[in-house]
Design a protein around this ligand. Structure first.
Ligand code: ATP
Ligand code: MG
Length: 450
């Protein structure tokens, strides 16, 4: 079986190293310095090595260090079995049902240590795969070579050996690092079929690492968006969170659109693009400055246009503005959670942020309270974004900007002012209504779209 797999991958046009002869890049010929590796990860690597096991840094951290990025976390691969790892570390916790992993805890810092495992192809017939070719189990131990070829992209399958500080490359990942290329290990179509989340991972790496995709890997990526329908909403949600925190959301979203993946993930309207672009430039900037980005806010931005479209639709059927807004928010969030398992608390926050857009129109005594609302900042940021883009809310946003930064007395004055204007408008409307027995237009005072 393994032979078949290796034959299959060597059939691809780009050269892949023979399984038994990895390319070894000695310390003098690569750029990874120990000073760039977390001290805790080094401690774990040395302890494993001293106990006679093989120990390597592997995956995203090796890739990131070679490409000049700062790794998010440091993962370790070893031939030690989970119980052997536990015997070596007092601060070790074994986790995972699908595959047992060791977590070595150093306060808040967690170093993940995984025993080498094999590709599902090497598992016995009928194990590890569903009949459509999707991986359902991933828990068979293997050699380091097996461990390398079961990974997704070649740049993600490099091993930094603590024994001599060399890099071990079974799949041609070093060449890809040099060429800044993303290339699937093995047959790309088959590997996407096996685990469709790899479609999203491809897009995330392309955007985050600013690299290009090879034609062989891109071709199926263009055509396989429908596979995401088979992925559980819970797993998709985890991937989306990673995208939100990548610092490259804007380019990720553009790529998700290019590869027809966006509508598989979000209730998305083409009208969302301008608003979203404006929000994502800010969000990426924040992540790059080491600040956090609120996923609830980003969801509110993404869902705002579909919600607005729904409001217009319901209002045109004669529903009052407030009910239309409530119903639309509820409806769109429900649809969205069918695709991604957004936790309840977050759903609630998204709802509040969107509802605030409506409450901002009601300028009166409650405006003081709105400033204290836990979601005020996010709601206000969305209002400013709407004003920045094509929505006719500039005057409202300006008013809130002033109100927000004013003293209490100045706020009172602003409220009196608004009270007078609203009263004057109401009076003239009443007069007109009496004269013509005219129905109040739907898009009136409190509408989101006046
Ligand atoms: P990030 O910087 O986002 O953490 P990463 O490459 O480290 O990127 P992880 O999800 O942390 O991504 O996974 C660690 C490693 O495990 C990857 O580098 C890859 O080798 C392997 N891996 C993760 N997910 C998959 C998958 N779906 N299919 C195959 N290999 C995977
Ligand atoms: Mg990682």
């Amino acid at each position: 079986m393994l032979k078949n797999f290796v034959t299959a991958i060597t059939k691809t046009k780009t050269p892949v190293k023979n399984k038994l002869e990895p390319l070894i890049i000695p310390r003098a010929e690569h750029t990874i310095s120990r000073s760039a590796i977390s001290r805790n990860a080094l401690k774990v690597l040395y302890r494993l090595h001293e106990a006679g096991f093989n120990a390597y840094l592997v995956g995203g951290c090796v890739r990131d260090l070679l490409l000049g990025h700062t790794p998010k976390d440091f993962d370790i691969g070893t031939n030690a079995r989970p119980e052997e790892i536990r015997n070596l570390f007092k601060n070790c916790r074994l986790i995972g049902k699908r595959f047992r992993l060791a977590h070595i805890l150093f306060g808040h810092d967690v170093i993940e240590v995984a025993t080498f495992r094999t590709h599902h192809e090497n598992a016995q017939e009928g194990q590890g795969k569903s009949h459509q070719g999707m991986i359902v189990r991933d828990n068979v131990y293997g050699t380091i070579e097996d461990d390398a070829i079961r990974r997704d992209f070649r740049i993600n399958a490099l091993y930094y050996n603590i024994a001599d500080y060399s890099i071990v490359d079974f799949v041609g990942g070093m060449q890809d690092i040099k060429e800044k290329a993303l290339h699937m290990i093995g047959d790309p179509t088959k590997r996407f079929l096996e685990d469709p989340v790899r479609l999203l991972r491809a897009v995330r790496f392309l955007a985050k690492l600013n690299i290009h995709i090879t034609p062989e890997t891109e071709e199926p990526l263009m055509k396989l968006s429908h596979l995401l329908d088979q992925v559980s909403p819970a797993r998709l949600y985890q991937e989306i969170l990673k995208i939100f925190q990548s610092g490259a959301m804007l380019s990720t979203m553009n790529l998700l659109q290019k590869y027809h993946l966006i509508s598989k993930l979000f209730i998305y309207s083409n009208a969302s693009k301008t608003l979203l672009n404006a929000a994502l430039v800010n969000a990426d900037q924040r992540v790059r400055e080491g600040k956090t980005v609120s996923p609830a806010f980003l969801f509110a931005v993404i869902l705002w246009k579909p919600i607005s479209e729904q409001v217009i639709h319901l209002e045109s059927e004669g529903m009052s503005a407030y009910i239309a807004v409530e119903k639309s928010i509820q409806h769109i969030i429900k649809q969205q959670t069918e695709r991604l398992t957004i936790p309840r608390v977050m759903q609630f926050s998204i709802r509040e942020i969107c509802l605030l857009q409506h409450r901002f129109y009601r300028r009166g005594r409650e405006s003081h309270l709105l400033l204290e609302h836990p979601r005020f900042r996010a709601g206000y940021d969305l209002l400013l974004l709407r004003a920045q883009t094509e929505e006719p809310v500039q005057e409202l946003a300006e008013w809130w900007k002033q109100f927000h930064s004013a003293t209490y007395d100045q706020r009172e004055k602003m409220l009196k002012e608004i009270h007078r204007t609203v009263n004057a408008k109401k009076k003239s409307r009443r007069r007109r209504k009496k004269r013509k027995n005219h129905r109040i237009p739907i898009n009136s005072n409190n509408s989101l779209f006046k």
